[in-house]
Design a protein around this ligand. Structure first.
Ligand code: NAD
Length: 326
């Protein structure tokens, strides 16, 4: 077994959970991020605070490890990624190219890149009643502006490095990950956390704002499935990008109703059509991951949301305590 690994983005949502999981599996783990985890302390053996846009910091991040799980990225929910094309594209391209080259030079054996469903062409996602996206649907390319282009280009970079050099690369295309310890306020949060927060802050009978008309569809993957999938993809022999998401498709309105039911509140939806809603519909086709791994994410949405809502509601309660700062 490869003993020493680096997880970048270890101060973030998925990276923090991945560090915990790899520690439980017996690895020596170096976590790297520009910030510490926000909600609990890290389990990493070593945690380096580094800005990975800088070459020298990437060299330090990958020194002496066999595997690199590269999750660090400037990213956020739909509001954030549609308002910051230049910053996101520049920051992430700097991080990704330096990380890949530093890993190659350091003799890293395997490098896993966390790509995104945002690489899929918008022309395949114009209907709420979508055909689920297969890996080959990525081309002809027309990804999400900024964030999607940067992810798609880095997927290609991983392919070129694998073809031209010794390093092995793996690419997981995450579809909407949610769960406890994820960003829940401040503008970078995603729909499940944002809706949980709004409902946690609402009265027992109340109205909340929903971005768009709520008929847009998505699938959502619980964090435990994501971490398990990342580990399995890293250790598989498959070299091409793989979808990592559930195929349980819901509308945003259904997502709200589910969280309201969990919270035991009667919630009316006020649709704000001036807010960005992203593509109209998006789902993951899991045929290939099942073929390759004999496994796919399967934790039901209602189950994952119950844990997520409980955690977000607790954060809302704590933040409301006078004198509390975060
Ligand atoms: P996150 O924002 O919680 O974590 C990303 C981490 O990267 C943050 O802790 C951030 O501080 C760090 N980072 C940003 N700039 C950095 C820099 N210059 N140097 C060092 N660290 C830096 O996001 P997440 O949800 O944990 O996402 C992890 C990865 O998964 C990202 O690559 C993201 O694009 C990808 N992804 C996530 C989702 C999702 O639904 N959460 C969906 C698709 C893809």
């Amino acid at each position: 077994m490869e003993q020493r690994v680096t997880v970048t983005g270890a101060g973030g949502f998925i990276g923090h959970h991945l560090v915990k999981n790899l520690k439980q599996r017996g690895y020596w783990v170096r976590g790297v991020d520009i910030k510490e985890p926000e909600y609990e302390s890290t389990d990493a053996d070593e945690f380096l605070l580094l800005d990975l846009r800088t070459w020298e910091n990437c060299v330090q991040a990958v020194d002496g490890v066999e595997h690199v799980y590269h999750l660090a990225a400037d990213m956020g929910g739909i509001g954030y990624i549609t308002a910051n094309h230049a910053d996101i594209a520049r920051n992430d391209i700097l991080i990704n190219t330096h990380m890949l080259e530093a890993s190659r030079k350091a003799g890293v054996f395997r490098f896993l890149f966390s790509s995104s469903a945002c690489i899929y062409p918008e022309y395949r996602q114009n209907e709420a009643d979508v055909t689920a996206l297969k890996e080959d649907d990525a081309y002809p390319a027309m990804p999400e502006e900024g964030y999607g282009w940067e992810k798609l280009f880095t997927e290609k970079l991983c392919q070129y490095y694998q073809e031209d050099y010794e390093i092995e690369t793996r690419v997981a295309r995450f579809h909407n990950v949610y769960g406890p310890l994820g960003t829940w306020d401040g503008g970078k949060e995603k729909a499940p956390a944002a809706i949980s927060r709004k409902i946690a802050m609402a009265e027992d009978v109340d109205e909340i704002d929903i971005w768009g008309d709520g008929s847009q569809t998505r699938s959502f993957m619980y964090i435990d499935d994501c971490v398990e999938g990342v580990y399995r993809i890293m250790h598989s022999e498959y070299q091409m990008p793989l979808n990592l998401g559930t195929d349980e498709l819901v509308t945003i309105n259904e997502l709200v109703d589910t969280v309201a039911r969990i919270a035991g509140k009667q919630i009316e939806k006020k649709h704000d059509l001036s807010k960005p809603q992203g593509v109209r519909g998006r789902n993951s086709d899991n045929t290939r991951i099942k073929e390759i791994l004999g496994w796919a994410p399967s934790i039901p949405l209602e189950q994952g949301l119950a844990d997520t809502y409980r955690w977000v509601a607790e954060q809302v309660r704590t933040a409301a305590v006078p004198g509390h700062t975060r």
